[in-house]
Design a protein around this ligand. Structure first.
Ligand SMILES: NC(=O)c1ccc[n+]([C@@H]2O[C@H](COP(=O)([O-])OP(=O)(O)OC[C@H]3O[C@@H](n4cnc5c(N)ncnc54)[C@H](OP(=O)(O)O)[C@@H]3O)[C@@H](O)[C@H]2O)c1
Length: 350
């Protein structure tokens, strides 16, 4: 029997929030493997906010996904078959296979991961792109000093959870902002932030101000919108803002929700308090990735860096999980389990 592959393609472009009809599950014939290439079997698929931008045809830093093409995304994959001299069957790699069960690669986009270091799913989160984004933004732009206050938006999520923990490792105070009591309790009690404030609370702005009695020296921006409105008055002179993302605006657009004009208030505070706002893409700092991976593996091993993964079972559930990500329904790094994990962490020697 010929094996087939399953994949989710972009069926139509969303207007405002994505809906299930924007995606289509398809089956296709397993492709032949050309010489010099490897066949990858997806174990885990990463779901990330940037995918919303790729579904749109608005001009951006990356090309839009064409209608009918496979949704893009990073994966942890197993090399099922290799016709490439540098890659062996059975290797576990971080790849960019997209929302599908199998893909072919020439090896240039693969990063080998060591299942002995941590569960392989971490290659998409704390030891992957999102963990590195947190490290790079804080190290190169936020640069917290001991005793300073670092406020982190989307603090229970993949990037934010790592930002606050690294800030604390560096001797700063970490104040997280998250949606709901459970997420705030996790941020405060499991991740060890100094405080966590619920942005759904009607008294959010006052509670945040109380949690920052000495103002805010670094604001790690992941969200924008009403969260930025509450942080803005608390910023100290010479505060630094790594502008990582603005997820609360990703579903804005022609037919999306109307937006408030925050430009004058934002420019005023930036100018009058000599604030540095620096947008960034993690790839700018990619030469720092090996140092990050080594340091983060050490922090995980000694218990200073904790992580939470929200693992959804089955490729067919990727669209609803992704729609939920843009509504704050995920709790931790959102990952889809696409096939059985055949390489789990080896048992420690007795
Ligand atoms: N610059 C880069 O290179 C780079 C790389 C990776 C990620 N990013 C950005 O980093 C940010 C976080 O990404 P992530 O992967 O770590 O996702 P995540 O935090 O794991 O998940 C997204 C979280 O955003 C929050 N959220 C969603 N809609 C919101 C809204 N309208 N208002 C307030 N909060 C909202 C929700 O948390 P709550 O329930 O707590 O509100 C949700 O759980 C995103 O903006 C993303 O685009 C940037």
């Amino acid at each position: 029997m010929t094996e087939s592959i399953r994949r989710i393609v972009l069926a139509s472009r969303p207007s405002g929030a994505p809906t299930p009809s924007n995606f289509r599950l398809e089956e296709a014939t397993m492709p032949d493997l050309p010489d010099g290439q490897v066949l990858l079997e997806t174990i885990y698929l990463s779901l990330d906010p940037y995918m919303r931008g790729r579904m749109s045809d608005a001009k951006s830093y990356a090309d839009p996904i064409p209608i009918g093409e496979v949704m893009v995304g990073a994966t942890v994959s197993r090399i099922k078959q290799s016709r490439h001299r540098d890659w062996r069957q059975g290797d576990i790699v971080v790849a960019y296979s997209g929302w599908q069960t199998h893909a072919i690669s020439d090896g240039s986009d693969l990063r080998r991961i060591d299942p002995a270091v941590a569960p392989i799913s971490t290659g998409l989160g704390v030891l992957g792109m999102t963990g590195f984004t947190a490290y790079a933004g804080l190290r190169n732009i936020g640069r917290p000093k001991p005793g300073e206050t670092v406020v982190v938006a989307a603090a229970s999520g993949a990037v934010g959870s790592v930002v606050g923990q690294i800030a604390r490792i560096q001797g700063a105070r970490a104040v997280g902002i998250a949606g709901g009591a459970d997420k705030c309790s996790f941020v405060r009690n499991e991740l060890g932030f100094d405080a966590a404030i619920d942005h759904h609370d009607p008294d959010f702005a006052r509670l945040l101000a109380e949690a920052c009695p000495d103002g805010t020296d670094v604001y790690f921006e992941n969200v924008g919108g009403a969260v930025w409105d509450a942080v803005r008055p608390l910023l100290n002179n010479f505060a630094r803002i790594p502008l990582c993302g603005m997820i609360s605006h990703y579903n804005d657009g022609a037919a999306g929700k109307s937006t408030v004009d925050r430009l004058p208030a934002s420019m005023k505070v930036i100018q009058q308090r000599s604030i540095t706002v620096r947008g960034f893409m993690n790839v700018e700092f990619i030469d720092q990735q090996p140092a990050f991976l080594e340091q983060a593996a050490g922090w995980i091993a000694d218990g200073r860096l904790k992580y939470r993964e929200d693992i959804v079972d089955g490729l067919e559930n990727a669209p609803s999980a992704f729609i939920g990500l843009l509504e704050g329904k995920n709790f931790g790094k959102l990952i889809v389990k696409v096939s059985g994990e055949q390489y789990s962490r080896p048992m420690p020697a007795s």
